[in-house]
Design a protein around this ligand. Structure first.
Ligand SMILES: [Zn+2]
Length: 292
């Protein structure tokens, strides 16, 4: 199953160009920054999988994890943040019930909608997107990176190295073959201001992976939010203050990042969005609705 999913992902790269027909309703840059939330799938986590996060299934309550993708549309360009768990090309070939992919022994993904179709519904094609960035390179955040080879890739050097490290089982290099030679900007400091006006900041939060990062947005009506990648998975992790999962790239670094980010959230009065939080995700406005 794993190898067939990879084969389809690789094939998908060569068919991309043909698939991107001009959209009749191309989006214009908005006057103020917008945030769109897309449905990029769902992860079914086994009991053993839940316990990796040092919470019981009872404490977690809801054990399923949503996989959201995000588009920031700014007057000066667009930023795609996290790009799903199964490549669009595989999802397109799947029947009713969606495409399935086992990330590992404890997490099984199902995806019913392509990212491309959700972008098209609001007037964007992957080739139009200015910047692409991922919170980290794990399989459930990177599946559609190949779609964004024409975008400028914003990445920490350490994450880039992690992505092509031989024998790294936490990633799927076939998801991002096309990025190896795309235009990129290296982020090697604590904060990177994407559009130069302080409204979209990528902030380092390493530990889950070597270059794990979060996105801080200052929206005119919604206010300040942080899209926190996998700094946490289940909401109780945040309140329990137990040790981060044993399978983090660095447990010590993760714990330090959690402390640093919590201090930042308080100091800057920023709300946190835990990407895999099922209850919170269920309440989010989904594209074509947006936050501004
Ligand atoms: Zn994840």
């Amino acid at each position: 199953m794993r190898s067939s999913a990879i084969a389809v992902a690789v094939l998908g790269v060569s068919t991309l160009v043909a698939a991107q027909a001009p959209s009749p309703t191309k989006a214009s840059p908005p006057k103020t920054m917008r945030l769109y939330v897309f449905d990029c799938g769902l992860l079914n986590i086994s009991k053993e999988g839940v316990e990796r996060y040092h919470v019981t299934t009872a404490e977690a309550g809801e054990t399923r994890m949503p996989v959201p993708c995000f588009l920031v549309a700014h007057p000066k360009g667009t930023l795609m943040w996290d790009v799903g768990v199964i490549p669009d090309a595989t999802v397109e070939k799947a029947g009713t019930g969606g495409a399935h992919y086992d990330l590992n022994a404890v997490a099984k993904a199902v995806v019913t909608r392509t990212l491309k179709s959700q972008l098209a519904a609001i007037g964007y094609r992957p080739g139009d997107i200015t910047y692409v960035a991922i919170s980290h390179a794990h399989k459930d955040h990177s599946a559609n990176l190949n779609l964004f080879a024409a975008s400028t890739w914003l990445t920490p050097t350490v994450e880039r190295e992690f992505m092509w490290k031989p024998g790294n089982e936490r990633v799927e290099p076939a998801f991002y073959t096309a990025l190896e030679h795309s235009k990129s900007i290296t982020i090697d400091k604590d904060e990177y201001d994407v559009f130069g006006d302080g409204k979209a900041i990528i902030k380092a939060a390493p530990g889950h992976t070597p270059g794990h990062q979060v996105l801080v947005l200052q929206l005119a009506s919604t206010g300040r939010i942080m899209i926190a990648g996998d700094l946490y998975h289940y909401p109780p992790e945040r309140t329990f203050h137990r040790a981060p999962p044993d399978n983090e790239f660095s447990v010590q670094q993760s714990a330090a990042s959690r402390a640093k980010i919590e201090e930042y959230l308080t100091k800057t009065k920023t709300a946190i969005w835990i990407e895999h939080d099922f209850g919170a995700n269920a309440k989010l406005k989904k594209s074509p609705a947006y936050y501004d």
